[in-house]
Design a protein around this ligand. Structure first.
Ligand code: T4K
Length: 371
């Protein structure tokens, strides 16, 4: 079927624009290791995100792993986090030798339920890693209050929240640091890519060294670092896509509004409301199906869409605290709201070029499932 609709589709600049951007790489032969495109892109992001420091990475996951490592947390320390996320969040914690402690989520915006954090704190708790899931902003004030009270680090997984503002403040500015993903499937992409944003000056050198094998100078390797550098082709894609970000977000807004016009106030369907005081990036369109009221389950709706060539996805099912790799280490009943939502959520197709006619077609298939 050639009119297949996938869950998302990368935003891309014109071919000529990208070719023009990468042309000088053929003159310089400088392809990676913090070249001119890397430097320019980093500076543009610092301005655009209104944050003192941005460090670029080859992907969002390594950005998160590196920034958690940079916080110098005690081995086997406990990190309060959410299971309603992509594998990356939990894996970044575990791969740093830390223990995730799962906090339940808010039933309306699906971010960490800040009212449940304090009851999870023990003398081993050292950090909180919340997720601005779907681009919904966490309760940043309450999380910071708790972090200050118990002397905890806060690292936001802001993979979904690039370009989002809360009370006029960029999502790059909360906590000790925030990580963005620039993966091909994101609102803003550098093919693969990611960034860490932060205010603390002393982190600049540390993060730069960590992503480059721990190499501090030509003859000085201060610690065992890895390789997580963004290359010049990725940075060039970022420079191009940044020029068109506002258009991309405006198109996504139209798509989301069209979805809402069809699906709001339908019995058995819960949508995630636009958060107060938040300038959204319209990253995802999650829909919660209540089988009893809607007449069809989430899986039945997904199958009906698939029959019509439409690829919706269960972001995020299964919960990370149920992954096989954790061998039943965590009790999923400790996060009942997350479990409930993950069994019912379906994210519908959303991307810059999705036509409003296609949104109408998708909603028609969804609403045909209502019994
Ligand atoms: N934290 C959170 C909360 C995250 O959601 C993610 C990533 C991370 C951390 C880690 O960031 P990165 O290290 O990835 O930068 C996708 C993405 O790979 C992943 O980046 C993303 N979250 C996750 C939610 O979704 P898949 O396995 O669902 O992707 P895939 O290959 O099935 O693609 C989905 C659709 O996107 C395709 O049907 C078509 C479209 N697509 C895909 C690719 C690869 C394109 O249009 N262009 C492409 O190049 O994981």
């Amino acid at each position: 079927m050639n009119n297949k609709i996938l869950v998302t589709r990368s935003s891309m600049p014109d071919y000529e624009e990208y070719c023009e951007e990468i042309k000088e790489l053929w003159d310089s032969h400088w392809l990676t290791n913090m070249g001119v495109k890397h430097q320019k892109f980093q500076a543009e992001l610092e301005t655009m995100l209104d944050v003192p420091h941005v460090t670029l990475y080859t992907n969002g996951h390594l950005a998160l792993e590196n920034v958690i490592a940079a916080m110098n947390l005690p081995r086997n320390g406990e990190v309060i986090t959410t299971p309603f996320t992509f594998a990356s969040t939990t894996h970044a914690i575990v791969r740093n030798g830390l223990i995730p402690v799962f906090c339940d989520i808010d039933p309306v915006d699906f971010t960490m339920d800040a009212s449940k954090i304090e009851s999870l704190i023990t003398d081993k708790t050292c950090a909180i890693v919340p997720v601005h899931v779907y681009g919904n902003i966490c309760n940043v004030e309450e999380i910071q209050r708790i972090a200050d009270k118990y002397d905890l680090k806060v690292i936001y997984d802001a993979a979904h929240a690039f370009g989002v503002k809360y009370n006029g403040v960029s999502s790059a500015c909360f906590g000790d640091a925030s990580m963005f993903s620039f993966h091909a499937t994101k609102v803003f992409n550098t093919i693969e890519g990611g960034a860490v944003c932060f205010k603390e000056d002393s982190l600049v050198q540390l993060l730069n060294d960590m992503k480059n094998f721990g190499i501090h100078g030509p003859e000085s390797v201060e610690f065992v670092g890895g390789n997580a550098k963004m290359n010049e082709f990725q940075a060039s894609m970022g420079l191009c896509n940044l020029r068109h970000l506002d258009e991309a977000i405006a198109s996504r807004k139209n798509v989301v509004e069209r979805y809402r016009s069809h699906l709001e106030n339908v019995e058995g369907i819960q949508l995630s409301p636009v958060q107060k005081n938040v300038e959204s990036n319209y990253a995802y369109f999650p829909v919660i199906f209540d089988e009893k009221k809607f007449g069809s389950s989430r899986n039945e709706v997904m199958a009906a869409l698939a029959e019509n060539g439409i690829g919706a996805r269960k972001y995020f099912y299964p919960l990370t605290n149920t992954f096989e790799c954790f061998h039943g280490q965590y009790d999923v009943n400790q996060t009942p709201v997350a479990l409930h939502i993950s069994k019912r959520v379906l994210t519908l197709p959303l991307y810059e070029e999705l036509s409003l006619e296609d949104v109408d077609r998708i909603c028609e298939v969804v609403l045909k499932c209502k019994k």
